[in-house]
Design a protein around this ligand. Structure first.
Ligand code: NAD
Length: 473
């Protein structure tokens, strides 16, 4: 008789595999169906490999600046093949780790494409999973008690601006480049566009970012976005904002040429390659949603706060449901969904407390509302801002641009948002996240003793600055 599963998870990315581990801890018989590799976009085409590249770019830049630290080096040259090799080795190590975790949790992994079937001879309810194999082997049928859809997302492009993986690339494709171009046009100055602009500029590539809005990183606080732009300009990145790329004008030979409309005029842009980073779209087609009552909006699966779809035994989490398309969001949603299945009564996630990070140089990180959002919501706010240049450790470290900005509610001292730009802020944002979760006030942050000398002192000073009581500024 076929093995019985409490839960089958479609997709073994960060959302899916973390949910599988939690389900196994809760005593469920679990299977993961994954068409590609365990670890998904984050491990193979996103967070991890791009951060490995960013780290190489940082070391390259810092080595070139070594004499400012009193270190004399010979000529610094880049071996991009080695950069690729290092990235692959990190990805492989982590990939092996995920596979070992699946074994440890006795989680069955099916390497195939999973599709949800409607009511059939297997079950009167939709939710039977048919697994199709690339090699043409006969499909496997599983009738689980519950299903979790964690199929993620894929890069979106502009109509007419087809990705070809070589001259016009998504970020996943760019990660496979064997050599660096000498120039690149990046369409979209969001998170991916800015991380790549920073990395490629540090590697010595001539970068032009074309952004549709009047602010790069449109979802970040305006002051942070302006600081990132200022620092990237110093590296030589060119920004063209409020510009509409005209896909029909794309010309590809040994390089790419395209027109963009700026203020009613068309301007020509030319580079060796183009990276398109204009957002992502849900992987919800072809997975059998038509065989169910599950609702979607613009391809994103609709769920309640416990990630149940309209079919209450079928859950969905991560990028495929939209919202904050971040790996740590997907994994927490996965844990919540699985705990709900197991009747553990999890608390719904408070999306206002989720930190987001941008790993460019300078790094940026935030949690909660931007100043503009807080004002739009009608809050009477007070703001404390403190620069890294007054923090001893930042000078010692050699990176003292940037600041921390804390936005609080004048009425009751509630924290509304914390925004950071500068050295190591993607690590420091967790303190801000904890402060939000614990419903702390600026007074409690400044009362938390930040050791000296550390970069984290900037948090204490920014919290004091909310009351105009900062010490070093
Ligand atoms: P994004 O939504 O962050 O940015 C897309 C950008 O493209 C926006 O600035 C938008 O205004 C611009 N844009 C849209 N249409 C355009 C057009 N026609 N011409 C010019 N610009 C245009 O999307 P992304 O950068 O592609 O990232 C995709 C997802 O992946 C995001 O949800 C992001 O949060 C996630 N991600 C996160 C991280 C991280 O956490 N560090 C890193 C990479 C990706």
């Amino acid at each position: 008789m076929a093995k019985e599963y409490d839960l089958v998870i479609l997709g073994g990315g960060t959302g899916g595999y973390v949910a599988a581990i939690r389900a196994s801890q809760l005593g469920m018989q679990v299977a993961v169906v994954e068409n590609g590799e365990l670890g998904g976009t984050c491990l193979h085409r996103g967070c991890i490999p791009s951060k490995a590249f960013l780290r190489s770019a940082e070391v390259f830049r810092q080595t070139k600046e070594a004499d400012s630290y009193g270190i004399i080096t010979k000529e610094t040259t880049l071996n991009f093949a080695k950069v690729q090799e290092r990235k692959e080795s990190i990805v492989n190590t982590l990939h092996q780790g995920v596979q070992a975790l699946m074994k440890k949790g006795k989680i069955d992994v099916f390497k195939g494409f999973g599709r949800i079937l409607g009511p059939s001879i297997f079950s009167p309810m939709p939710g039977t999973i048919s697994i199709e194999y690339e090699n043409g082997d006969e499909n496997t049928m599983i009738v689980p008690k519950n299903v979790l859809i964690a199929t993620g997302s894929k890069p979106r492009t502009l109509p007419g601006l087809e990705l070809d993986g070589n001259l016009v690339m998504s970020s996943g494709e760019a990660l496979k480049m064997e050599e660096l171009p000498s120039s690149i046009i990046i369409v979209g100055g969001g998170v991916i566009g800015i991380e790549w602009a920073s990395m490629l500029a540090d590697f010595g590539v001539e970068v032009t970012v074309i952004e549709y809005m009047n602010q790069i990183l449109p979802t970040e606080d305006g002051a942070v976005a302006r600081e990132v732009e200022k620092q990237l300009k110093k590296k030589g990145v060119t920004f063209v904002k409020q510009a509409k790329v005209l896909p029909e004008t794309l010309k590809k030979e040994n390089n790419v040429t395209i027109l963009a409309e700026i203020d009613g005029n068309n301007e020509t842009f030319k580079a060796d390659k183009m990276l398109v980073s204009v957002g992502r779209e849900a992987n919800s087609a072809n997975i059998g949603l038509d065989n169910t009552e599950i609702l979607t909006e613009k391809g994103y699966i609709q769920t309640n706060e416990y990630y149940q779809t309209k079919e209450s035994h079928i859950y969905a989490i991560g990028d495929v449901i939209g919202g904050m398309q971040l790996a740590h969001v997907a994994s927490h949603e996965g844990i919540t969904a699985v705990e709900h299945i197991a009747n553990e009564k999890p608390l719904p996630i408070n999306y206002g407390n989720i930190p987001s990070c941008i790993y460019s140089n300078p790094e940026a990180a935030s949690v909660g509302l931007t100043e503009k959002q807080a004002k739009e919501k009608g809050f009477d706010i007070k703001v404390g801002k403190f620069p890294f240049k007054a923090i001893g450790k930042a000078l010692v470290y050699g990176e003292s641009d940037g600041f921390v900005k804390i936005i609080a509610d004048k009425k009751n001292e509630d924290l509304l948002g914390i925004h950071m730009v500068g050295p190591h802020v993607t690590d420091m944002i967790s303190e801000a996240g904890l402060a939000m979760v614990l419903d702390a006030t600026p007074w409690e942050i400044s009362g938390t003793i930040h050791p000296h000398p550390t970069l984290s002192e900037v948090m204490g000073e920014a919290a004091l600055a909310v009351e105009g009581k900062q010490i070093h500024g």
